[in-house]
Design a protein around this ligand. Structure first.
Ligand code: FE2
Length: 285
């Protein structure tokens, strides 16, 4: 079994690197940790980077997970190959671009581009966002799935993910105590469905709602509260159609033995207990 320690970084291609950089700093509130030729790296917590925008096709979207060591990376590569997922071993240059010691790349059954990374670099400086969005860190991704049952089986049997709750057939998956680090949303394409950063409090969620709306950026869901994770949330549009989320107060599941996954309705009540209705295609029944 491939043991995922944590979600690590996201890499997004864009045709407008300057525009994406302006958005990531002035709107989202991230901090530039490095600019290199054709790529900008952003910090959101103690890690050296958790997001990278690079010159490229916006369809190029990668999410990476940290594994414990080189032996685990080697074993994961062999297991994925055995299961029919072609594996690319990262070159030293590619590992340098990701600020990790080593990594492998493959596609999950839907075709999402996934990387497993060893020894991601921590930052020497603490994160200080360009605006005070209250961000405490990069926390989870929504991934598209073309077959939720198949992909849930991949993440929970090939990897160590556990189902925390389901909204319809969409599973919210944990790999540590946090309620979910991966959420699978049924749709007809591959790609990252949304990117979450945690913020310190509900006040930060509400402040950002006004901040974002006043700047004419579409708010696509919220403010609201998820009945699943109990987090207060706000979803809004980013560059190239990406959806970003702030949330606060996500529950922890400390008791692995006693916890039982729960089923929620796929529709507005399953997504928000305050009555907010999503303008997100993948959240609509
Ligand atoms: Fe989310």
């Amino acid at each position: 079994m491939i043991r995922l320690r944590d979600v690590c970084y996201v890499r997004l291609g864009t045709r407008d690197l300057d525009g994406a950089t302006r958005y990531a700093t002035a709107i989202l509130g991230l901090e530039i940790s490095e600019r290199s030729r054709g790529a900008v790296y952003f910090k959101s917590d103690q890690r050296e980077h958790t997001l990278c925008y690079f010159d490229g096709d916006p369809a190029e979207q990668v999410v990476a997970f940290e594994v414990d060591g080189r032996a685990e990376l080697d074993a994961a590569g062999a297991e994925l190959e055995r299961l029919g997922h072609p594996v690319h071993r990262g070159s030293a240059t590619e590992a340098g671009q990701r600020k990790v010691r080593d990594f492998i790349a493959f596609r999950d059954p839907t075709g999402n581009r996934i990387e497993l990374a060893w020894r991601p670099q921590m930052g020497a400086r603490r994160y200080h966002g360009e605006r005070d969005a209250g961000i405490t860190g990069f926390s989870h991704v929504g991934l598209c799935t073309t077959d939720a049952a198949r992909d849930e089986a991949f993440w929970t049997t090939v990897c160590n993910a556990r189902v925390s709750d389901r909204i319809g057939d969409a599973p919210l998956l944990r790999i540590d105590e946090i309620h979910h680090k991966i959420a699978l949303f049924p749709t007809s394409r591959a790609g990252i469905q949304h990117i979450n950063h945690q913020v310190e409090s509900s006040d930060d969620v509400q402040r950002s709602f006004h901040f974002i709306r006043e700047r004419g950026i579409p708010v696509v869901f919220g403010p609201g509260r998820h009945p699943t994770s109990s987090a207060r949330f706000l979803y809004f549009e980013g560059p190239d159609g990406m959806v970003y989320e702030y949330s606060s107060g996500v529950r922890s599941i400390a008791d692995e033995l006693m916890y039982r996954e729960r089923q929620f309705e796929f529709g507005p009540p399953g997504f928000c207990e305050w009555g907010a209705k999503p303008e997100i295609k993948e959240f609509k029944a």
